[in-house]
Design a protein around this ligand. Structure first.
Ligand SMILES: Nc1ncnc2c1ncn2[C@@H]1O[C@H](COP(=O)(O)OP(=O)(O)OP(=O)(O)O)[C@@H](O)[C@H]1O
Ligand SMILES: [Mg+2]
Length: 311
C-alpha cells in the first residue's frame, strides 16, 4: 500500500501505517506522548515554576493525580521540553530541570543518592558508604544550573517515621533557600499529607491536579489524538458519547486504562484485518483484561505502626 494515502492520520504517522503488521504493533506498544488539555495546563504551571526569578521564597508545586493518570509521563515531557543544548563554551551540559524519584526509605543518605543518580554523578551509589553527599550534590546542582528539582512519588515519604519526615522536609527547605531553586513534588493524593508536618514549607507549595477523565470535550480531544497516534489504515469512528461513557465507566477515568484499551483494540484491528477501531471493538472482554476501576488504591500508607525514635 502506498505511503501517500492514509489522509486520516497526521503526517508523521502516515509512513508508519505503510509498515508491516509486526512493525506497526511494535509502534503501538512503544511509549509515546499524546498531548491533552489537562497536561497542557499542568505543563504551563510547571514552566511558570521554572521561569520564576531566584529569590528567598521560591514557589513550589505539588502535582497530584491518581495512580495511572500520567504524572510520570508528564514530568518526563517537561524535562524534554526544557532540555538545553550542550554549552560548548563552558563545557557543561546544563540541566535546568532534574527529575528524581523519592527513595522508599526517606533518609537523607538515600535522598542524596537518588539525587546524585538523577544528576548522572559518576559516583552515585558509592556515597551510601558514609561519605558526605550534601556538598557534592549542592555543587553539582549549581554547576548544572538546575532551577527545578522534580521529586516523583513524593508519597513514599509517608513510609518514613514522623521524625524522618520532619528531617526530610527541613532538608528541602534548606536546599530551596540555599540554591534558590523550586521543587515540584509529584504523587498520589496522599502525598498532600507528606507536607503537612512542616507548615512553613506547606505554604510555599501550590497544589495542581491531573484529574481523572470525565465526559467532556477534553476527553473527546484526547480520544481523537490517541487514535491519531495509532497507525491503522482505515479511519476509526471513535467520536461517540457512548464510547466515551464506556471508557470512563470501565477505567474510572484513568489514562492508563484508556490507553491500554485503545492499544489492544488497535492491535486486534491489525491482526484481524479490520484496520479500524469503533465502539464494537470495545465489546471484547480481552480489551479490558487487567483494567480495573481502582477506586482509590493507596500506594503508600502512613506508617502508624512505626514508633518514633528519640531524637
Ligand atoms: N499523555 C499521555 N500520552 C500517552 N500515554 C499516556 C499519557 N499519560 C499517561 N499515559 C499512559 O498511562 C500510563 C501511566 O502513566 P504514568 O506512569 O505516567 O502514571 P502515573 O500517574 O505516574 O502513575 P503512578 O502514580 O502509579 O506512578 C503510561 O504508561 C501510558 O501508557
Ligand atoms: Mg508515576
Amino acid at each position: 500500500m502506498a505511503a501517500a494515502g492514509f489522509e486520516h492520520l497526521p503526517q508523521d504517522v502516515r509512513p508508519v501505517a505503510a509498515l508491516d503488521a509486526e512493525a506497526r504493533i511494535a509502534h503501538i506498544r512503544a511509549e509515546r506522548w499524546v498531548q491533552h488539555a489537562a497536561a497542557d495546563r499542568v505543563l504551563g504551571y510547571l514552566h511558570e515554576a521554572l521561569e520564576q526569578p531566584p529569590r528567598e521564597r521560591m514557589e513550589n508545586v505539588l502535582l497530584i493525580g491518581e495512580s495511572g493518570m500520567g504524572k510520570t509521563m508528564l514530568i518526563r515531557k517537561f524535562e524534554r521540553q526544557t532540555a538545553v543544548a550542550f554549552d560548548a563554551v563552558a563545557g557543561v551540559q546544563r540541566r535546568p530541570v532534574v527529575v528524581m524519584l523519592m527513595p522508599h526509605h526517606p533518609t537523607e543518605t538515600r535522598f542524596f543518592d537518588q539525587l546524585l543518580g538523577a544528576l548522572h554523578a559518576p559516583s552515585a551509589g558509592h556515597f551510601t558508604r558514609g561519605y558526605p553527599m550534601q556538598e557534592p550534590a549542592i555543587r553539582l546542582l549549581r554547576e548544572l544550573g538546575t532551577r527545578v528539582v522534580v521529586i516523583d512519588e513524593l508519597n513514599s515519604l509517608l513510609a518514613g517515621t514522623p521524625r524522618q519526615q520532619r528531617v526530610f522536609l527541613q532538608l528541602l527547605r534548606f536546599l530551596s533557600n540555599e540554591l534558590r531553586l523550586a521543587f515540584v513534588g509529584v504523587g498520589v493524593p496522599e502525598a498532600r499529607h507528606a507536607l503537612l508536618s512542616d507548615g512553613q514549607l506547606r505554604s510555599r507549595f501550590t497544589d495542581i491536579e491531573l484529574p481523572a477523565w470525565s465526559l467532556g470535550d477534553d476527553l473527546r480531544d484526547f480520544v481523537t489524538r490517541l487514535t491519531w497516534s495509532l497507525p491503522l489504515r482505515e479511519p476509526s469512528p471513535v467520536d461517540s458519547l457512548k464510547l466515551r461513557r464506556l471508557l470512563v465507566e470501565r477505567t474510572g477515568g484513568y489514562t492508563l486504562g484508556i490507553c491500554k484499551a485503545f492499544e489492544r483494540a488497535a492491535i486486534a484491528a491489525i491482526r484481524d484485518g479490520r484496520e479500524k477501531i469503533d465502539l464494537g471493538s470495545f465489546g471484547d472482554a480481552e480489551i479490558w483484561r487487567g483494567v480495573a476501576t481502582p477506586r482509590r488504591q493507596t500506594k503508600t500508607r502512613p506508617r502508624a505502626d512505626v514508633a518514633e525514635p528519640r531524637a
